[in-house]
Design a protein around this ligand. Structure first.
Ligand code: ARG
Length: 490
């Protein structure tokens, strides 16, 4: 069946092109929305006096029958083919109710129909993604609560920087994902306009009450411009951007945990359920779950870039190029959803190793800034304090087995073997005073107390336990609020 056969010569079709142009294999996923939109549209045609009451009842009964068939046998798709989901439904409807089905598309085009259904889909998938984000937010808060006081090395450039609380680190991802939750919602507000009634591009020529049609389909309002309504895919691009950014956040989290679970770090260990082994190396435990999330982020990013490229240069209004939008939308949605669910489980079951993290805070000179800060508090110009501490670090790194001390350029090391780097914990007071003249027990304590360094960062958003506790309470409060917004109760 073709919705447009009359104008064409009989038998002049090319099977290769038919297959190339069909979208049913992809857009059949919209069938529920097609049936919904048709139900509402039939009612609107009745109200406009285009269909009689009896015709409206017949068509609506037919549409319900199709819905029931699909409920009973959701897999019947496998054996069916059609140009697209709209064609399929129209054909099925004719089989259900006869020729009256041919009145269904009065005043309507697939252009306003497909735009309507894609918006319905994006709106409902927004809620599904939001609840998956919620799972992950909960897992993060849970782990942060359970390890509120665990100290870890914080990194910049992946080089040891300053000590932070592990809970503070986890809550950083909570912030990103909470914004993703919000972003999806604000995108939904712009998707919440009904294109149906816009016709092919110029608007329907029948007196449809688009306000009540919008209400019937759960849209906030009808679109304002029929040319825009049939050609715009902003809402879809925004939705894909939300997916892509969420995936990028997941990918960064994955990357961190891949590093932190490597034996060189050993800060965390993935549950066996989310790891795999090697077919050749019996000892291996690989974080494949996280690597796949990181890899799939690339795919979703590609869907966004591809869709933006699709829109660039498209003349108004509808062009068939737009058919490509749905495969991108569906795939990005599925990947993002499934990645969120998996990430939530990986986090929830993650084993945390506080002692490995604590040990790592004693190397890497994480308290170097603290010493310089204390010298600055004592009146030394910060630049000078920075230089003094830098020289102490240099001495620690370049000390040798036999030669204790030996400043810059003076060490008698020949080759790397003889070097024996030391930490602040291993340096003598006498030697430290060579680089920092005012070195005293107080400075030694500062140099060897990462926990104190953490306590001093007592500003809003800082890593001090008092602040992180507030952040935790705030995160828990937002979680409860998000749940209410999704209509969830506990
Ligand atoms: N399958 C098409 C799509 O997804 C439906 C709209 C077709 N419209 C048209 N004028 N050929 O975009």
């Amino acid at each position: 069946m073709k919705l447009w056969g009359g104008r064409f010569a009989q038998g002049g079709r090319d099977a290769h092109f038919e297959k190339f142009s069909e979208s049913f294999s992809v857009d059949r996923r919209l069938v529920q929305y097609d049936l919904l939109a048709n139900q509402a549209y039939v009612k609107a045609l009745g109200a406009a006096g285009v269909l009689s009451g009896a015709e409206v009842r017949q068509l609506r009964r037919g549409l319900r029958a199709i819905a029931r068939t699909l409920e009973r046998n959701p897999n019947r798709w496998r054996t069916e083919s059609a140009e697209d989901v709209h064609t399929w439904v129209e054909e099925r409807l004719e089989r259900e109710v006869g020729l009256v089905a041919r009145k269904l598309r009065t005043g309507r085009s697939r252009n306003d129909l497909v735009a309507t259904e894609t918006r319905l889909y994006a709106k409902s998938e927004t809620a599904r993604l939001q609840s998956a984000i919620l799972e992950l937010l909960e897992a993060l808060v849970h782990q942060a609560r359970a390890h509120a006081d665990v100290v870890m090395p914080g990194y910049t450039h992946l080089q040891p920087a300053q000590p932070v609380l592990f809970s503070h680190y986890l809550l950083a991802y909570h912030e990103m994902l909470a914004r993703d939750f919000d972003r999806l919602e604000s995108g939904k507000r712009r998707a919440d306009e009904l294109p149906l009634g816009s016709g092919a591009l110029a608007g329907a020529a029948f007196p449809l009450d688009r306000e009540s049609l919008a209400r019937e389909l759960g849209f906030a309002r009808p679109t304002r411009n029929s040319i825009d309504a049939t050609s715009d895919r902003d809402f879809l691009s925004e939705f894909l951007f939300c997916c892509a950014l969420t995936m990028i956040h997941l990918s960064r989290l994955a990357e961190d945990l891949i590093i932190y679970s490597s034996p060189g770090f050993g800060y965390v260990e993935l549950a066996d359920a989310y790891s795999t082994g090697s077919s050749i190396m019996p000892q291996k435990k690989n974080p494949d779950s996280l690597e796949l999330i990181r890899g799939k982020a690339a795919t979703v990013l590609g869907k966004l870039a591809g869709t933006l490229a699709l829109l660039k240069g498209l003349p108004l209004a509808y062009d068939r190029d737009l058919q490509e939008d749905k495969a991108a939308l569906f795939e990005a949605t599925d990947i993002t959803h499934d990645s969120l669910v998996l990430a939530a489980r990986v986090i929830a079951t993650l084993a945390v190793r506080p002692s490995a993290m604590a040990k790592a805070t004693t190397v890497g000179f994480l308290t170097a800034t603290e010493i310089a800060d204390e010298l600055a508090r004592r009146g030394v110009a910060f630049a000078q304090a920075h230089e003094q501490v830098g020289r102490l670090v240099y001495a620690c790194l370049n000390s040798t087995r036999d030669t204790r001390g030996g400043g810059r350029g003076q060490d008698r090391t020949h080759g790397q073997e003889a070097k024996k780097p030391r930490t602040f914990y291993e340096i003598s007071d006498e030697e430290a005073r060579r680089y920092i003249p005012s070195w005293d027990p107080e400075l030694r304590k500062i140099a060897t107390s990462p926990a104190d360094a953490i306590r001093r960062r007592d500003v809003i958003g800082g890593t001090a336990p008092s602040q992180v506790n507030k952040q935790l309470r705030d995160a828990e409060g937002r979680l409860a609020q998000f749940k209410r917004r999704l209509g969830r109760t506990e």
